[in-house]
Design a protein around this ligand. Structure first.
Ligand code: SAH
Ligand code: SF4
Ligand code: F3S
Length: 443
């Protein structure tokens, strides 16, 4: 039997695209390989949002040369965000047989067949309308109970630092009926929690059906007990969405709402479209309507011209909003973006100092929030073994990672867990009982 190996870099969107690629290959009779060495087809799904993932992908691809030399029949394919915009950076690797973009992964089967005969480079532009067919591909799921459903692709916002609008094209939403159909199919396979994905999921709009409407539609699907959505954009995150979160039992109290900066001058230079005050106002509205909500966000430090005073505005935004989780990135100039024409004038050491300081603040906030869970009983959906493989892990409704002792039979089940230990990044606990259905218990 033929085997495939997929290495994925980047965001959940890429992870979901890889799952769909795996679904196509599985339908053709391929089996998953445990390592690249064992595979007949190796696929690298790349990310170019910052220089770091870019470089990681290059070194992974570079290392595949050895495999190609030992087993020349192996097909090496590279797709995703890097080739979508910079084919040349991949073409220089002579051992790569197939280069494809973010708009044509659905045809991976045909592309692989062609690549067995000659080198294939196929990167489509964003004019193609792929949205009505992508959801029909059955994903190959690693996780038995949690699945991603891409509902919106692309981005029209052009934040000045960001390459995504160039690698993913214009914003387009998946037909709601197709989303529901996909969620139903996942529920039939035992999935209990779905994550609706979009680069700017709040801007989901299909002929007038918006994200709040879609949440209501998806919540009707029997068997699905938890719904999450990500990533939110402060401009699109509306009162209507917040009310849907408040009113739909299945929608989990967790929002990833990246502020990026707390300085109005920097926010404007980033073309984010909101002020610090507007961001805070949205968060306060959210916390008022959904008091148990957990908040997470992304931050960029060291954007061109960012002063210590600007950075202090970011710290003050964090102090006011209080986050459960935060991801901090040092600004990294990306090709094609407007900010790449600005002088990258904050020294590397200063970027790193700001990163540490902001991370420390976020860590303290997370630690304090998590400490309040000590002794509490949490509803956890058990996802699988923790990375070390000794304990089980799962998440609370508000997306906190919980690890605990237990056996295989709990995977895919809801359990009540008493929290016995906390840290900034996860909770530890012990299983009290198995819960058949969270909703049935409440209902
Ligand atoms: N669509 C989402 C996320 C896009 S990329 C949003 O609008 O927020 C994920 C994160 O990477 C961003 O939130 C941002 O914090 C970070 N990022 C994007 N481009 C970057 C760059 N050039 N340098 C540093 N961080 C960047
Ligand atoms: Fe990038 Fe901004 Fe679009 Fe997010 S909203 S994907 S940060 S351009
Ligand atoms: Fe990276 Fe592309 Fe996602 S650039 S963050 S994989 S959209």
């Amino acid at each position: 039997m033929k085997k495939f190996y997929i290495k994925t870099f980047g965001c959940q969107m890429n992870v979901n695209d890889s799952e769909k690629i795996a679904g196509i290959l599985r339908d053709l009779g391929y089996e998953k390989a445990g390592s690249p060495e064992e595979a007949d087809v190796i696929i690298v799904n790349t990310c170019s949002v910052r220089a770091k993932p870019d470089n990681k992908a290059y070194s992974f691809i570079g290392n595949l040369k050895r495999i190609k030399k030992e087993k020349p029949d192996t097909i090496i394919a590279v797709g995703g965000c890097v080739p979508q915009k910079e084919k040349k950076s991949i073409l220089r690797f002579e051992h790569v047989d197939l280069v494809f973009g973010t708009f044509n992964f659905m045809k991976i089967d045909e592309l692989i067949e062609r690549a067995r005969k000659e080198r294939v480079v196929e990167v489509l532009n964003s004019k193609i309308r792929e949205e009505d067919r992508v959801p029909l591909i059955d994903s190959y799921l690693e996780n038995v109970c949690v699945a991603y459903v891409t509902v919106q692709r692309g981005c029209n916002r052009f934040c000045t630092y960001c390459i995504v609008p160039f690698t993913r094209g214009r914003e387009r939403s998946v037909k709601p009926e197709l989303v529901v159909q996909e969620v139903k199919r996942l529920a039939e396979r035992g999935v209990k929690e779905v994550h609706l994905l979009g680069q700017n999921v709040d801007f989901y709009n299909y002929e007038g059906t918006d994200l709040a409407d879609l949440l209501y539609m998806v919540s009707e699907v029997e068997g699905i007990e938890r719904i999450r959505f990500t990533t939110s954009h402060p401009c699109g995150f509306s009162r209507k969405i917040v009310e849907a979160m408040r009113d739909i039992e299945k929608v989990c109290p967790y929002v990833h709402l990246p502020p990026q900066s707390g300085s109005n001058r920097i926010l404007e230079k980033m073309n984010r479209g909101y002020t610090k005050e507007e961001y805070i106002e949205k968060v306060m509205m959210l916390k008022e309507e959904v008091p148990e909500v957990a908040l997470s966000g992304d931050f960029i430090v060291g954007f061109p011209t960012e002063t210590v005073e600007d950075f202090e505005e970011t710290l003050s935004l964090v102090e006011t909003c209080v986050f459960d989780q935060g991801f901090v990135f040092e600004y990294s100039p990306r090709p094609f973006t407007k900010a790449s024409t600005f002088k990258d004038d904050v020294p590397k050491e200063e970027k790193n100092r700001r990163l540490q300081e902001l991370q420390n603040l976020l860590k303290t906030q997370a630690e304090e929030k998590n400490r309040k869970r000590l002794g509490k009983v949490e509803e956890v959906l058990v996802e699988g073994w923790s990375p070390k493989g000794k304990e089980l892990s799962g998440r609370t409704r508000d997306n906190k990672l919980v690890v605990f002792d237990g056996d295989e039979s709990l995977i895919g089940e809801f359990v009540d867990i008493e929290i016995t230990e906390t840290s900034p990044f996860f909770l530890k606990g012990k299983v009290l009982e198995r819960v058949e259905s969270i909703l049935a218990r409440k209902g």
